[in-house]
Design a protein around this ligand. Structure first.
Ligand SMILES: Cc1cc2nc3c(=O)[nH]c(=O)nc-3n(C[C@H](O)[C@H](O)[C@H](O)COP(=O)(O)O)c2cc1C
Length: 365
């Protein structure tokens, strides 16, 4: 049986925010780095990171930085306070094979009553509704987080815009990005892909024109000294991927793919497993979505190869074990990040680095 996750899925977002990470081990000694690489113009000690998700605040960032993850993404923030959906926010989805699209056409069981036997068995659903602290709180905390990094580590801040009565969506993306910039962030990820929100901000990446228009405004208003990353979800059709990359790449530095994949989640009695309206469908992540993420990454790699400008590709979605890492690199990811895997195995980056160090492979390879 595996030790419990250090992001405690039995506890609410607020409890994890206030009291996590729940780790009682000893952080490893850093593995000497023989090679460095550039991530959007900044030196990093490895290609391994954590996407927007479990890093709720600077305590979480500082912890995972000590565990050897070198690219750390601050969980998506908004221009205003926004509460989380009530607990539970995460449930196991004990489905003993990887998903294909057909598997997602029927309901899946979500439960806390499951003991995964191995890291490969961990697929979960998460449903938070993109909570955010108020800018006064997260801006100060982003500054703190930056101070906790070692040389060779970088912080990305994930932001999202919200359609509000007095502001259109694009203006709120700009406003939030400017707040992140003011807090010191120069690597900003724009989240165009949250399946767990009801507003327009949820699935923007499925509309290439709207995505391009927002990025064009962000680039114009932020200038060129900020690197912009676009976070997208699963796309099956390579033609649709090409259209998205064509419309957005002039304004972008990197693409991060994929966010969670949506499924209908029921409890063992057949009722919705997550309480409250709008949560019948929720995002799936972890081992089960790996084939879907690798397919999307591969198609994005092909599409960005046709662009004039180099675009960095960050692979996310089912990187749960050391063995998964080269699969993402082979699919075309320049950098590889783990959310679910890192929640259960905070030593994941250390073990990838150790394996490559012992096999005398460049850790950047
Ligand atoms: C607990 C948790 C919270 C997440 N919150 C966010 C978020 O705020 N913004 C975002 O873009 N993605 C979020 N994600 C999605 C991850 O960034 C990632 O795209 C997805 O989980 C697939 O990666 P994985 O299989 O390694 O978990 C979250 C994932 C998890 C597990």
């Amino acid at each position: 049986m595996l030790p419990p996750p250090i992001y405690d899925i039995r506890k609410s977002y607020d409890e994890n925010y206030q009291f996590g990470p729940f780790f009682s081990g000893i952080p490893p000694k850093p593995i000497p780095s023989t090679q460095h690489t550039l991530f959007l113009g900044k030196t990093v000690s490895s290609r391994i990171g954590i996407p927007a998700g479990p890093l709720l605040n600077s305590r979480w960032i500082g912890f995972y930085a000590r565990m050897g993850f070198d690219i750390l993404t601050y969980k998506t923030v908004r221009s205003h306070y926004h509460p989380s959906y009530p607990n539970p926010n995460c449930l196991y989805v004990p489905y003993h094979k990887s998903f294909d699209l057909d598997d997602l056409t029927h309901p899946l069981i979500g439960t806390l009553a499951y003991n995964p036997g191995s890291l490969n068995d961990i697929t979960i659903t998460n449903s938070f509704g993109m909570p955010s602290q108020s800018p006064a709180v997260w801006m100060e905390d982003v500054q703190k987080a930056r101070e906790l990094l070692s040389p060779g580590q970088v912080l990305v801040v994930s932001i999202v815009g919200t359609q509000q009565d007095d502001t259109d969506l694009a203006s709120d993306f700009v406003r939030t990005a400017k707040l992140a910039r003011e807090a010191g962030a120069d690597l900003i990820e724009v989240n165009f892909s949250c399946p767990n929100v009801k507003g327009k901000e949820g699935q923007l990446y499925q509309n290439p024109d709207a995505s391009g228009a927002i990025l064009k405004r962000l680039r114009k208003e932020l200038g060129s000294d900020v690197s912009l990353i676009m976070k997208i979800g699963f796309i099956e059709d390579p033609v649709q991927i090409s259209a998205l990359v064509d419309q957005t790449s002039p304004f972008l530095d990197a693409i991060s793919a994929i966010n969670t994949v949506t499924g209908q989640i029921i409890n063992p009695e057949g009722h919705p497993a997550l309480p409250g309206p709008g949560r019948e469908r929720a995002g799936l992540c972890g081992g089960g979505i790996k084939p879907l993420s690798l397919r999307t990454i591969h198609s994005i790699r092909t599409a960005i190869g046709k662009q004039r400008k180099p675009i960095t590709l960050i692979g996310v979605g089912g990187f749960n074990t050391v063995e998964d890492y080269p699969e993402f690199r082979d699919a075309g990811a320049d950098f590889v990040m783990s959310a679910t895997g890192a929640m259960w195995d905070p030593f994941l980056a250390y073990h990838v680095k150790q394996r490559r160090f012992l096999q005398d492979l460049p850790e950047n390879g």
